[in-house]
Design a protein around this ligand. Structure first.
Ligand code: GLN
Length: 484
């Protein structure tokens, strides 16, 4: 049963084959068995999950079930959860229990989903390997000497090892898609503003976006039906009409025009990955899609622009952690400034401090125009060239990453090389576009993903293409041997 997708679990619950309480106990048992070795959960929500499950069973009996009522899922520890610790992977929030639920949590609770636990992540979502977490690194279930990717590595690892059927993630520069690719799961970053950021601890507010991490595109659609939509508590939430994300899954992809950016297939790409992505695209061609090469000439500027914009916004967002209002406070402060300096000095890890320093620098008088303003201009160029591309194509296909998961400790002391692991993903964040990563094969027994980027609010189409691809392939059904 633990190998099942959300869609299958929904049917099993509906037919009475299993109860939510039984299902929740089953996943909790798997978490107990495997979490020590994978470290994907920071908090297991045992007691409350079982209570929620009993309530879900009652709701189902009373005929009040939604398609996902009674299914336990994992939540990235960046979402505030009323009464359950929300650490954001940081010592700064190790003692923080939010007094309210993030909108995404509220919506999932209302749909009857169970919170199995909170997943490990890079500290404040800053990282690509999960190694910056205060709670230690997460392991990749395909090979525990390798990283699961980041920052949503706990969620990716947990879904890949089937410790939960699905999870949430957040993606500021690639943090849903890159770990999805490294762990062999499906990860969707929606259009900026499609899913509410209320109650999601802010890293870089103009880039952050929450989304589903699942086994299949169909499951991602089921989750999007719960979490997408306008929220008046998030000022950047989009009022755009919300699709029924499962309705179009079986639409034909005949006539689909796919663009292949030459910049995403050039130097730096592992040749085995290039081959797998070409094979993946051929599958779509068999269904009647056509391909052409396109140019996104400013791709090389995406990482430098991102590493100005994201630290700038993080330096501002993280100023609220001052040892006064919530979170970590140093012992015996001498005076006010000692309180600020030591609380922040002791509460934040190295990568977070590096970003705060870069961000403060690029925003300071005299440098603002040279760095921040320039990065914003580059960001516009990047958005514009996507719009030009979408005049002639419907979707962009590419690898999600240049290589499969790297080894633990391989890049942690080389931030620049770590930053470049997001080269194919950050542009979608800078432009605010939706993008999905789907399992597309294996390189030396490690999974790799294919990325599809669409124009604004085309999540349904991306999910439809991914679903059609998953009907023709079985990469997404593979489970690492130890966890089968
Ligand atoms: N790896 C990128 C970074 O370190 C992206 C992180 C994210 O998407 N949250 O900033």
């Amino acid at each position: 049963m633990y190998q099942s997708t959300l869609a299958q679990l929904s049917t099993a619950l509906e037919s009475g084959q299993i109860s939510s309480a039984e299902l929740t106990r089953l996943y909790l048992a798997r978490c107990h068995k495997f979490n020590n070795s994978l470290n994907c959960f920071i908090t297991l929500n045992e007691e409350l999950a079982l209570q929620q499950a009993k309530y879900a069973d009652k709701q189902r009996m009373a005929g009040n079930a939604t398609p996902l009522t009674g299914i336990p899922v994992a939540q990235k520890d960046i979402f505030c959860t009323n009464g359950i610790k929300t650490s954001c992977g940081s010592k700064m929030l190790d003692n923080f229990i939010a007094p309210y639920d993030a909108t995404i949590i509220e919506r999932m609770n209302a749909a009857g989903l169970i919170i199995l636990g909170k997943t490990n992540m890079d500290e404040f979502a800053m990282g690509s390997s999960n190694e910056t977490s205060f709670y230690g690194p997460v392991k990749n279930p395909w090979d525990k000497n390798h990283v699961p990717g980041g920052s949503s590595g706990g969620s990716a690892s947990a879904v890949a090892a089937r410790l939960c059927p699905a999870a949430t993630g957040t993606d500021t520069g690639g943090s849903i898609r890159q770990p999805a690719s490294f762990c062999g799961v499906t990860g969707l970053k929606p259009t900026y503003g499609r899913v509410s950021r209320y109650g999601m601890i802010a890293f870089a507010s103009s880039l952050d976006q929450a989304g589903p991490m699942t086994q299949t595109a169909e499951d991602a659609a089921l989750m999007m039906n719960v979490i997408a939509g306008f929220d008046q508590r998030d000022s950047t939430s989009a009022a755009h009409p919300v699709d029924d994300y499962t309705a179009g899954l079986n639409d034909s992809v005949a006539g689909l025009r796919i663009g292949l950016p030459t910049q995403y297939f050039g130097e730096g790409l592992d040749s085995d990955i290039a081959k797998l992505i070409e094979d993946g695209i051929k599958e779509l061609e068999k269904l009647g899609a056509t391909c052409r090469e396109i140019e996104l000439p400013n791709t090389a500027l995406s990482i430098p622009a991102y590493y100005v914009v994201a630290p700038a916004e993080c330096s501002s967002n993280l100023s609220r952690f001052d040892g006064v209002r919530f979170g970590y406070r140093c012992e015996d402060p001498k005076d006010m400034s000692d309180l600020y300096l030591r609380s922040r000095g002791e509460g934040f890890g190295k990568e977070v401090k590096r970003r705060i320093m870069i961000g403060t620098y690029v925003l300071s008088a005299g440098y603002y125009e040279a760095y921040y303003l320039k990065a914003q201009r580059v960001r516009h160029l990047i958005s514009d060239e996507f719009q030009t591309a979408f005049n002639d194509i419907d979707v962009i296909a590419s690898p999600t990453t240049t290589a499969a998961a790297f080894k633990l400790n391989e890049k942690i002391n080389d931030p620049i090389s770590m930053y470049f692991s997001d080269i194919y993903t950050v542009s979608a964040n800078l432009a605010g576009l939706p993008a999905i990563s789907i399992p597309a094969g294996f390189v030396k027994q490690l999974p790799v993903g294919m990325q599809l980027i669409g124009n604004y609010f085309t999540e349904s189409r991306l999910l439809n293409i991914a679903h059609q691809y998953q009907k023709m392939t079985d990469w997404h059904q593979q489970v690492p041997r130890e966890f089968q």
